[in-house]
Design a protein. Structure first.
Length: 438
């Protein structure tokens, strides 16, 4: 039944995606909306804030209008359900692909075209990622286009969004196809210990992506050019020089064509570094706010968070591969014959592999968020000690309440936040300010 319905399901998926794009609302300007719902403050107001961190934090929080708070809370809390929806849809798509037998047909054709096992496996792996992306596309369109416009957070037209999705999916099909191909090569060569080799492989591929991404991938989506405003550039480079960051330039990129979210990063490993900030940060923030953000981003680089993230992710994947190793053995024993899967090393089992990986990462959400959140807390502390812009840090976090829940419960933050909540970050800034003004 599924074999007959597979292509109609793929076409239906594309039709739903186009319908979602057609009926998407038009965003209100996020910058204008934020200016209206977060009351402005003068330098005199900031200077008059009480030294007590809790009182000063409450003064900042009072500037968020109830309308903005309700809106950002609803947006962020909706993300909790989207996390579950993405997991369930991913599992369902894996089941459809498995039941359809499409991967068996790809294998048969690949075996006729080439004798190289590597290329045969790559054809199956990249084909799987392609069909998985197609079947998941309606939810992707709703989540990253329709919903972003619904909450006034996107500046893109649907055709522009589609082009970027096509580029992103092409990169994903090639990179993930290669990743799964190498994983199955390890499963074939070392069926009992492949999970250990797989975690090492993951570190290697992630390192390559971190090195090549800023140079070759990011420019596919945005235009990067040197920052010319010396009043902004020099303070950033001063912070970088003072902390031994090996770079002599700052770059800006045109993220405003996608959204009005402020963002920046300092990326690079093995002695490379690139300082980049988007035009939204430049146009929507004061110099103290920009310095606070860049101090935070430089903190990530100086504290070697790229390396600690690689190690932590590899450990998460190590246990994930062990989970998959055990689960695949059991599932193939019971259901392998009906899908022509004789052993876990057969790449036709990829839908099972991916489904178990989705389940594992869903269960590990609090762990992954805690790993990232811990690094963000460290970068916040580094940034505020380096830039010494406590009020700048607080102002920036008010802007982040456009799309982040400002004051979640501790349990909610543990499970769903990969950054500290805005209120906690403002409190940390006010605590630093109080201690340094004593």
């Amino acid at each position: 039944m599924v074999k007959k319905l597979f292509w109609p399901l793929v076409l239906l998926s594309l039709l739903i995606t186009i319908t979602i794009g057609y009926f998407a609302p038009i965003s209100a300007n996020a910058a204008a909306r934020t200016a209206a719902v977060i009351s402005p403050a003068s330098d005199a107001w900031r200077a008059a804030l009480p030294l007590d961190p809790s009182a000063a934090t409450e003064a900042y929080m009072q500037r968020i209008s109830p309308i903005n708070k309700a809106r950002s809370d609803a947006y962020f809390e909706g993300g909790y359900w989207l996390l579950l929806a993405n997991t369930l849809l991913g599992i369902a798509a894996c089941w459809i692909i498995l039941q359809s037998g499409i991967l068996i047909r790809i294998r048969n054709k690949a075996e006729k075209i080439t004798r190289f096992k590597f290329l045969q496996t790559f054809a199956i792996s990249s084909g799987f990622v392609f069909f998985l992306s197609l079947l998941s596309f309606p939810l992707t369109a709703y989540q990253s286009f329709f919903r972003e416009h619904q909450y006034g957070l996107s500046n893109q037209s649907f055709p522009a969004w589609l082009i970027e999705q096509a580029i992103s999916n092409t990169i994903s099909i090639i990179s993930m196809g290669l990743f799964f191909t190498l994983i199955y090569l390890f499963i074939q060569k070392a069926p009992r210990t492949w999970w250990a080799y797989g975690s090492v492989l993951s570190i290697g591929l992630l390192s390559v992506m971190m090195l090549l991404g800023p140079i070759y991938i990011d420019p596919l989506f945005n235009k990067y050019q040197p920052l010319t405003d010396q009043k902004i550039k020099e303070p950033i480079l001063s912070i970088a020089r003072a902390n031994g960051v090996p770079t002599d330039n700052v770059y800006q990129f045109d993220a405003s064509k996608q959204s009005n979210r402020i963002s920046a990063n300092v990326s690079g490993i093995f002695g490379s570094a690139a300082i980049r900030l988007n035009d939204n940060l430049l146009h929507r923030s004061s110099l103290p706010e920009i310095e606070a953000v860049m101090g935070h981003e430089i903190g990530h680089y100086v504290l070697n968070h790229a390396y600690t993230m690689l190690i932590n992710i590899s450990l998460v994947l190590l246990f994930g591969f062990i989970f998959i190793h055990k689960s695949m053995g059991i599932s193939i024993k019971y259901w392998g014959a009906q899908h022509e899967i004789k052993k876990p090393s057969d790449p036709i089992s990829l839908p099972l592999f991916s489904a178990f990986l989705s389940i594992y990462f869903f269960l590990m959400t609090p762990v992954q968020n805690s790993i990232i959140r811990t690094a963000e807390v460290e970068a916040d502390a580094f940034g505020i000690n380096t830039a010494r812009q406590a009020d700048g840090m607080a102002e920036v976090n008010l802007k982040l309440t456009e799309y982040r829940k400002s004051n979640p419960s501790d349990l909610e933050e543990f499970f769903f936040f990969d950054h500290p909540s805005p209120k906690k970050r403002i409190y940390a800034a006010m605590r630093w300010k109080a201690e340094n003004l004593k």
